[in-house]
Write a protein that binds this ligand. Structure first.
Ligand SMILES: [Zn+2]
Length: 154
């Protein structure tokens, strides 16, 4: 897969596994993660702060937040916007993904994007995970209906 010129520039800033960089907000989108993943076969993660974003280059199976990046993320409460998986069938939320999200006590949800650009939101809740596995609740639909419903009043 060919990267657009701007996406090539992004990759030049984080060429190796474990590299990270701080960018202006407009410089990287969630869709860019899909393109970078389609091109390299690696996972990428993006975090959003008030005026900037952080991009991390992971491996084909995982990624972790370098210590110095975590210092910036934690002290400025950057949100973990998304990370990519090098897959194109069903997006599977890994236990590590949920564990990582628990570190972000200031946010509830994050998004996974696959190399084709399909996305899936997830939470750190173990119950959501179990329900999803059992097919008890259609997770995405339930999220939507809660968002727009009013509290019951008599
Ligand atoms: Zn993941």
């Amino acid at each position: 897969m060919t990267l657009r010129r701007e996406q090539k520039k992004l990759l030049e800033q984080v060429p190796e596994v474990g590299n990270w960089t701080k960018l202006r907000k407009k410089q990287v989108s969630v869709k860019d993660l899909a393109a970078l993943t389609a091109s390299t076969g690696h996972e990428f993660a993006v975090f959003t702060g008030k005026s900037s974003k952080i991009l991390i280059h992971g491996t084909s199976k995982s990624w972790h937040i370098p210590h110095d990046a975590w210092e910036v993320i934690k002290s400025n409460q950057y949100e973990w916007t998304a990370h990519s998986h090098p897959t194109m069938t069903k997006i599977t939320v890994s236990p590590e993904d949920r564990e990582t999200l628990k570190l972000f006590t200031w946010q509830e949800k994050s998004t996974i994007i696959d190399l084709k650009g399909n996305t899936k939101e997830f939470t750190a809740s173990t119950q959501d995970w179990i329900n999803e596995i059992l097919g008890v609740v259609d997770y995405d639909k339930r999220e939507k209906s809660n968002k727009y419903s009013w509290p019951d009043t008599d």
